[in-house]
Design a protein around this ligand. Structure first.
Ligand code: RIB
Ligand code: CA
Length: 312
């Protein structure tokens, strides 16, 4: 795997995804950019800094981006899923960051990293797509330096915040429409239709928690998220939405895909925020996207376990 930039709204599942990339020796993590989402930007940004410090990757620049959607203000997120601080109220247990934020805006950092990259870069957005849409609008040249955008969001079987909309897309449907409407861009959509089956259970978490300092710190962040999913799934488990997207970004092929045109519903009806895949025979168009239809979840669990217990 080569060069990677993660755009994120940490977020408990984001935390594992960031750690996976930060601790994988085959990944050149160029930067992390933050966006509003699970919690306000102030919290997502502080959490990203602390998580990179936890992973001993404080040389990776972190820049803050959008604190609100492009056009229409959305609903504030439910604090019960990730906790008021985004990490089950445990963000303060993570180490501080010695350098702090990069002074550039997230979109400027993305543009600078893409400009200087000596080979195409994979982008892994695992939160709302506001920063990515802004990058594409403000720096049209940038897409030539993007190998793939592997995003967690949407899905083909309904949503998790409304019957139609998945959380990341629902936060900024207009931004998502801009990303999916861009031609000449390789997109991989890792959606709820796959991530809703991407579980790790309590036993897996406890084993990781006993594996060393990093695993213990990450597992110390899951309480609110585990309570939410134990209730909604009816089992002692959590969904690793974002880890699956980052795993595909760094280990292409861990998800199985079908290339389909995808559009985003930006109307204000019951479908707002839906990612609509066109399965009609012969369907085509600028919105062609590799839509995840399945995943090797045992391989994901093993990649997480082996990477997050490495040398610590
Ligand atoms: O719907 C799941 C997505 O929304 C994940 O990225 C999770 O972190 C939340 O942001
Ligand atoms: Ca996320």
């Amino acid at each position: 795997m080569g060069k990677l930039i993660i755009d994120t709204d940490p977020g408990v599942d984001d935390a594992f995804a960031i750690a996976l990339a930060a601790r994988d020796p085959e990944v050149e993590l160029l930067g992390v950019t933050t966006v509003f989402g699970n919690v306000p930007l102030e919290h997502t940004t502080r959490n990203a800094l602390r998580l990179l410090s936890l992973c001993e990757r404080t040389e990776v620049p972190v820049a803050a981006g959008a604190g609100r959607p492009l056009v229409h203000p959305g609903m504030p997120p439910e604090e019960t899923v990730h906790g008021a601080d985004g990490l089950s109220g445990r963000s303060h247990t993570l180490p501080g960051h010695p350098h702090g934020l990069d002074e550039r805006h997230a979109v400027t950092l993305l543009a600078d990293l893409l400009h200087t990259a000596t080979e195409p870069v994979t982008l892994a957005p695992i939160g709302p797509l506001t920063n990515i849409a802004t990058l594409l609008a403000a720096h049209p040249w940038a897409k030539a330096k993007i190998d793939r955008i592997v995003l967690m969001g949407g899905g083909t079987e309904g949503g998790n915040v409304t019957p139609s909309a998945e959380f990341n897309i629902s936060c900024d449907p207009e931004a998502a429409a801009r990303v999916f409407g861009e031609d000449g861009l390789r997109r991989v959509l890792v959606g709820l239709n796959v991530t809703s089956r991407t579980t790790v259970d309590g036993a897996w978490l406890r084993s990781l928690g006993e594996s060393g300092a990093l695993g213990a710190a990450l597992c110390g962040l899951v309480d609110d998220y585990l309570a939410h999913y134990s209730s909604t799934l009816g089992e002692d488990a959590i969904l690793m939405h974002d880890s699956l997207a980052v795993a595909e970004a760094i280990r292409p092929g861990i998800v199985h895909t079908e290339e389909l045109p995808v559009q985003v519903d930006t109307t204000f009806g019951p479908g707002r925020g839906a990612t609509i895949a066109d399965r009609r025979p012969g369907a085509s168009g600028a919105h062609l996207t590799e839509v995840a239809t399945g995943a090797d979840v045992p391989a994901l669990r093993e990649l997480l376990r082996s990477t997050l217990t490495q040398g610590r």
